[in-house]
Design a binder for this molecule. Structure first.
Ligand code: FAD
Ligand code: FES
Length: 266
């Protein structure tokens, strides 16, 4: 039995189209999961044509519109390749919404600075949409094709600053460079929210400590069950006098950066 905050549902594909050279955008009809989604939560999808279909794949919930939700995904392996070939009216099995997401900044609270690498942008859209105040989104990738949905964040009234490692779009360099430049202008009343590859999250955590600003990080760990049973997704979390393992699928994926015991990570 799943806890009452998460639902297992057969979801019908409304559309599944290429969004960029690298990413696809899947929209599904989900009357039971979509209304429950909080920013930073994910869905665990059973891709039914996959022979080992019992193993689900986790994806951040990108957008929610009425009784639909969408994800942005990159075809990297067997599951996502098969997913990219599914068509409207095909069905998937979804469990969601899962995980502990981002804290939506309160009205009049800290100015949010979002930091995203690659598909990390997908985890941030609902936070940007539901935040009563606008801020800055720092988005980075290797090349232009890694940069996702800038215009959708701009349409919400956010200032978007892009960086690419090869300089093919935005400023050349790492996403942390414009972030540091912004924090040097002032740190009071700012809070960081980040999602992306682990080295980027580690760098954001160091920057948050150096500038003494709070940060919430969405940790990207491999997951099997997605509901707290198998313990494949654990990371070390400080307890004050040491650390303990916590599950990124249930206690996370979003954690306060000050609690992550980076020294105990692999
Ligand atoms: C909480 C969470 C949210 C996610 N959100 C998104 C999203 O919004 N969009 C998206 O494209 N992907 C997302 N992912 C990653 C996605 O789940 C994997 O890409 C997917 O499971 C790969 O399945 P596959 O069968 O195609 O690949 P597999 O054949 O299982 O693996 C192919 C390759 O992908 C790598 N891989 C598998 N899982 C992950 C992972 N968690 N992180 C990094 N590399 C991985 C494997 O190591 C391998 O190299 C998310 C992962 C987590 C944990
Ligand atoms: S994925 Fe099984 S406990 Fe987190």
């Amino acid at each position: 039995m799943l806890p009452p905050t998460m639902v297992e549902e057969s979801v019908r594909i409304i559309s599944n189209e290429r969004a960029t050279d690298l990413y696809f955008r899947l929209v599904v009809q989900s009357p039971r999961i979509a209304p429950l989604v909080q920013p930073g939560q994910f869905a665990h999808l059973r891709i039914l044509p996959l022979r080992e279909a019992l193993l689900r794949r986790p994806f951040s919930i990108f957008r929610v519109e009425g009784y639909t939700f969408s994800i942005l995904y990159k075809a990297v392996g067997k599951g996502t390749e098969l997913l990219s070939r599914m068509r409207p009216d095909d069905e998937l099995n979804a469990i969601g919404p899962l995980g502990h997401g981002f804290t939506v900044p309160p009205a009049g609270g800290e100015m949010p600075l979002l930091v995203a690498g690659g598909y990390g942008m997908a985890a941030m859209y609902l936070l940007a949409q539901r935040s009563p105040q606008r801020g800055i989104v720092f988005v980075g990738g290797r090349r232009r094709v890694d940069i996702l949905c800038e215009d959708e964040f701009r349409a919400l009234g956010w200032d978007v600053r892009a960086t690419t490692e090869d300089g093919s779009h935005g400023e050349k360099g790492l996403v942390t460079q414009p972030l540091i430049a912004e924090l040097k202008r002032g740190t009071a009343g700012r809070k960081l929210f980040a999602c992306g590859p682990t080295p980027m999250l580690k760098a954001v955590s160091r920057i948050a400590e150096e500038f003494n600003v709070p940060a919430e990080l969405s940790m990207d760990e491999h997951m099997c069950c997605g509901v707290g049973v198998c313990l494949t997704c654990v990371i070390p979390i400080s307890t004050g006098d040491g650390w303990e393992y916590q599950r990124t699928c249930t206690e996370g994926p979003v954690f306060d950066s000050r609690l992550i015991a980076w020294e105990a990570t692999a």
